[in-house]
Design a binder for this molecule. Sequence first.
Ligand SMILES: Cc1ncc(C[n+]2csc(CCOP(=O)(O)OP(=O)(O)O)c2C)c(N)n1
Ligand SMILES: [Mg+2]
Length: 302
Amino acid sequence: MNTVDYLASREDLVSPGISACQGCMAELSLRVLLKCLGRKTVLVVPPGCMAGAGVGGWNKSMGVKVPCAMPQLGNSASMLAGIKAAYDLVDPDVHCVAYAGDGGTADIGLQALSAAAERKDNIIYVCNDNEAYMNTGFQKSGTTPHGASTSTTPVGSLGRGKLNFKKDVPMMLAMQNAAYVATLSPSYMADFVAKVQRAAQIKDGLVYLHILNPCPTGWGCQGSRSIALGRAAVRSRYFLLYEYRDYRFEISAPTRAVREPLDVGEFIRGQKRFAHLAEADIDEIRRVVQQRWDKLSRLAAE
Ligand SMILES: Cc1ncc(C[n+]2csc(CCOP(=O)(O)OP(=O)(O)O)c2C)c(N)n1
Ligand SMILES: [Mg+2]
């Protein structure tokens, strides 16, 4: 069955009326994730855009049609590990899933996530990476890219956006030998669905899925461009699609297909958070994009 027919045949487990922004890819990714995993899923959604949009519930009603709890921003993985331990006594096939933002993953919740990977807790931890603390007003996170203007890395007489480079959380989890690590983009749905289906089969430890979800409100672009931006991120090798399992890296088909990458400027231009960047700044981003690609290519060749 092709991806469109498959998704059309699956139940949408997210309520229709949640209040995410126009063009929010985090909402689309969550809908697809839950379509693939099905009703035998328990969700934790820490504070962030998705909880704020009503996924965790609003005015005594639920935002999703599966059990959903809101952990603290820093303890999604440990709370989920406890939930999983309890469900294992009843039904080990229930998927215990976290859908956490990049701030809650790369910064505040990193210790809990790393500990769950070490313990080999059989949970599915999904990072909704929109590259900043969006729900609270666009503060810089560990995964905000170099050069991006945010409310805590503003552009002015003292600053020109974020100075440091993006933390590479999926690579950290791979180096910790999590059971399955994958990077996903909602702009490449067939690849996205295949990875979630694979994740659902893993029984021997922590699954970490890292999704780059364009955020029109925070990135400063039109909602109608989200899918195209996600595609440009992959085609410029700004965001690399790959999987890790059993000490092996495999570059995924959409990234493998990029023979002549788009210039990363194609991804950057048109986003207000990068509007101040000069060509020399973009060169710096090009250099790191190339380094990351070279590193992944070497790892996948081993
Ligand atoms: C320990 C702690 N610090 C700060 C907050 C306030 N807070 C609530 S949501 C949020 C933003 C989270 O950002 P991210 O995890 O990237 O999710 P997004 O909003 O981008 O979806 C913050 C800082 C909190 N709830 N807990
Ligand atoms: Mg975020």
